[in-house]
Design a protein around this ligand. Structure first.
Ligand SMILES: NC(=O)c1ccc[n+]([C@@H]2O[C@H](COP(=O)([O-])OP(=O)(O)OC[C@H]3O[C@@H](n4cnc5c(N)ncnc54)[C@H](OP(=O)(O)O)[C@@H]3O)[C@@H](O)[C@H]2O)c1
Length: 389
């Protein structure tokens, strides 16, 4: 067995209330896992990317990953940069000691290479990056380009980029299925806030579309603008979020909602010359779904891989059919696309800007988790460092 210093997540009693504080669910202790087999690599994590799936795991929302995996405890953290310590069978891998790699989060793939179960999330037996040592299947380690123009923390933000690349590819093809001979410069791609959306809207801009997205702080608005995306201040429509499709509103709340919706639709109208949104990048879901669909142009696409604000949605099928709206759903990316996306990042500079001073230390992981939950972060790419570089 290998023993390591780790932040460990425990299964929660089935009917207990959902935990509110990170320190109630994450414990710093010695964690043991079986020696790597010949297809696995012993690694030391360098940087971990803090992602929404980790918050879902800590809050047990929508699932308790330990229970789902049939394990009493686990170490999460499925995306980041690691250094190879012991590469396993040299006959089966080209990896060597000291190689620095990105972790591809594939637990179980379907027959086409798309992820079904995710490493260090719902895939049983996997150990994540919130540990000083861990093991990863060799095929899931993608080397960081040698002599890269970019820093390791910039590379550590790859997952939101790879998710965006895969989702954008499908969304664009769907949109073109109905409108293939038009100038994208006449059409608006719009997104709700978030790291995946920033990466995706940059791709839309590169494809020639008009692009805009919301953010709710001055820092984020400035970051969005620096990436060539028109920033829209979400504070202009403060009552747009509704509590799920069947939320009941009193008259005052309804009036406020309508005022916010009017303002939002006015902004969309200005940005799109009254046409509406051609492709809506929506990783938020339920609270803003009504406004999302209302703003969508005829033949528009609403595209997503996320449900940050709620996953139960209500569609009026007749309206969606008559307006020829297409709904795109994706998850993670295709395994064999991983090196293609990495090379595109290196060659074209499609990569996050990271402030090294905003990276949390290993000891501070619970603080990072709590800050993320309380929406106190200004960066779209929160990160923790596990071992020195
Ligand atoms: N299936 C997959 O493969 C996959 C991969 C990656 C992510 N995801 C999911 O996608 C979702 C987004 O991920 P992310 O990493 O981009 O999130 P993120 O960077 O953590 O950002 C979430 C953003 O949501 C915005 N927001 C929160 N409430 C909002 C509301 N009511 N209306 C509009 N905007 C709101 C906030 O923006 P402002 O406050 O600045 O406006 C914030 O920037 C998550 O649910 C994540 O689990 C799924």
């Amino acid at each position: 067995m290998i023993k390591t210093d780790a932040w460990v997540l425990y299964a929660h009693p089935a009917h207990a209330e959902r935990p509110t504080f990170v320190e109630d669910v994450l414990r710093r202790e010695t964690f043991s896992f079986p020696e790597p087999d010949e297809d696995e690599v012993l690694v030391e994590p360098l940087f971990g990317s803090y992602e929404a799936n980790m918050d879902h795991a800590l809050t047990r929302d929508p699932i308790d990953v330990c229970r789902q995996r049939g394990e009493e405890s686990t170490v999460i953290g499925n995306l980041g940069i690691v250094r190879v310590l012991r590469p396993g069978s040299l006959a089966r891998t080209t990896l060597r000691e000291g190689d620095v790699c990105m972790v591809m989060p594939f637990g179980k793939q379907d027959r086409h290479g798309y992820a079904e179960l995710v490493y260090a999330f719902d895939m049983p037996g996997t150990v994540g990056l919130m540990a000083k040592r861990t093991k990863v299947r060799a095929e899931n380690l993608l080397p960081v380009p040698q002599d890269s123009a970019y820093s390791l923390p910039q590379w550590a933000a790859y997952a939101r980029y790879f998710t965006a690349w895969d989702n954008w590819k499908v969304a664009l093809r769907c949109w073109k299925a109905q409108l293939d001979n038009v100038d994208p410069g006449d059409h608006l791609v719009f997104g709700w806030g978030g790291g995946v959306s920033v990466a995706q809207l940059e791709l839309a801009r590169r494809a020639g579309f008009r692009v805009a997205m919301t953010a709710s702080s001055d820092d984020r608005l400035a970051y969005v603008r620096s990436k060539g995306i028109e920033p829209v201040d979400r504070r202009l429509f403060p009552d747009l979020a509704r509590n799920g499709p069947s939320g009941q509103f009193d008259a005052i709340a309804e009036r406020r909602y309508r005022a916010s919706e009017r303002e939002f639709l006015r902004v969309i109208s200005d940005l799109s010359d009254d046409a509406g949104v051609a492709i809506f990048v929506d990783y938020i879901g339920a609270p803003v779904y009504k406004a999302t669909l209302k703003s969508l142009a005829r033949e528009g696409v609403v595209t997503t891989a996320g449900w940050k604000g709620g996953m139960d949605l209500l569609n009026r099928r007749a309206t969606e059919c008559i307006k020829r709206h297409l709904h795109v759903h994706t998850h993670v990316w295709r395994f064999q696309d991983s090196p293609v996306m990495r090379d595109y990042q290196e060659e074209t500079g499609w990569i996050a800007d990271i402030d090294p001073d905003a990276i949390y230390g290993f000891d501070e992981i619970p603080v990072l988790a709590q800050d993320y939950r309380m929406e106190k972060l200004s960066t779209y790419f929160p990160m923790y460092q596990v071992n020195p570089v």
